[in-house]
Design a protein around this ligand. Structure first.
Ligand code: G3H
Ligand code: ZN
Length: 287
């Protein structure tokens, strides 16, 4: 199988984005993999530190290895938004394909210092590193009751991004260009600051990553991919689809106690959401 670096280079050249789909248990993985297999798409499975601890880092790695072997698909595993060097080390040693160091809350110098250390360790193990400059406004995926405002100062500055990339040696870069984690229930969509993204892409040659992909208008996503976004992270849309269908199933079948019976539909709901995203990201038949 080709490497994750190969798929990032392919995504950049052919202008599509690889979806990163987060999970916290096997049921969601089943839905995500079914979508990737139906559409012959490369995908990245994501676990935050919390999700990874819940699943188990070695268990997650074992699962991905078996799925790769069984499906023949380029399926990769990323540790998402890791804030501690120690946990990144654990994930690398467990066999994650990629790690995302989120030093976005740190002063730039400190972010650079730790990112450099992460990149050096990851390189020794052939692991891809995602760095981050700029802030997404929140740490957890959630539904907002009120309009969520992006602060201008949280957007990635192209000069900071250029300096960070030059000094750290990361492989891909997450940028804050108007999206946020979670979905704004007031109906306001995040809108991607395309001008800012363009400015960053002119200064940074690496594949760029968009976080907070849930609830983002489709036309913005398509344009962002055209400007150099090569990976898009989706979590809330999956959590929503899975939880809503699960609640419904348990309500309808009050006496059902066999998990594989009431979990079939939530898995199907995840498959449907992920297929929509794969089509939007243009990664159909790119495996
Ligand atoms: O790192 C994960 C993502 O950025 C998820 O964002 O929950 O808004 O889809 P989302
Ligand atoms: Zn994120």
């Amino acid at each position: 199988m080709k490497t994750l670096k190969y798929y990032f280079a392919k995504a950049k050249k052919e202008k599509f984005a690889i979806g990163q789909f987060n999970f916290s248990d096997w049921s969601q993985v089943k839905g995500i993999i079914a979508a990737a297999a139906n559409l012959k798409s490369p995908i990245i499975l994501g676990t935050s530190e919390g999700e990874s601890k819940f699943v188990g880092s070695q268990e997650a790695v074992a699962m991905v290895k078996i799925l790769r072997r069984k499906t023949g698909l380029p399926i990769f595993l990323n540790l998402d938004h890791a804030k501690s060097f120690e946990y990144i080390k654990e994930a690398i040693l467990a066999g994650y394909d990629m790690v995302h160091f989120d030093g976005s809350k740190l002063p730039l110098e400190e972010n650079i210092k730790i990112s450099k250390k992460v990149a050096a360790l990851a390189k020794k193990h052939g692991v891809v590193v995602e760095g981050e400059v700029g802030r997404f406004g929140t740490d957890a995926s959630r539904l907002y009751k009120e309009k969520f405002e992006i602060k201008e100062e949280d957007l990635t500055s192209s000069a900071d991004a250029q300096l960070y990339v030059k000094k750290t040696g990361v492989d891909v870069l997450a940028v804050s260009v108007g999206t946020f984690h979670g979905i704004d229930n007031s109906g306001a969509s995040p809108n991607i600051r395309l001008e800012r993204l363009k400015e960053i892409a002119e200064k940074v040659a690496l594949p760029l990553v968009l976080h907070g992909g849930s609830g983002t208008p489709e036309k913005d996503v398509a344009q962002a991919i055209g400007l150099g976004i090569c990976k898009i992270n989706i979590n809330t849309d999956i959590r929503l689809a899975f939880s809503a269908r699960l609640r419904k199933m348990l309500e309808i079948n009050k006496d059902e106690i066999t998990p594989y019976k009431y979990l079939a539909e939530p898995i199907e709901a995840v498959r449907a959401v992920v297929e929509e995203k794969i089509k939007l990201f243009g990664s159909v038949s790119k495996a």
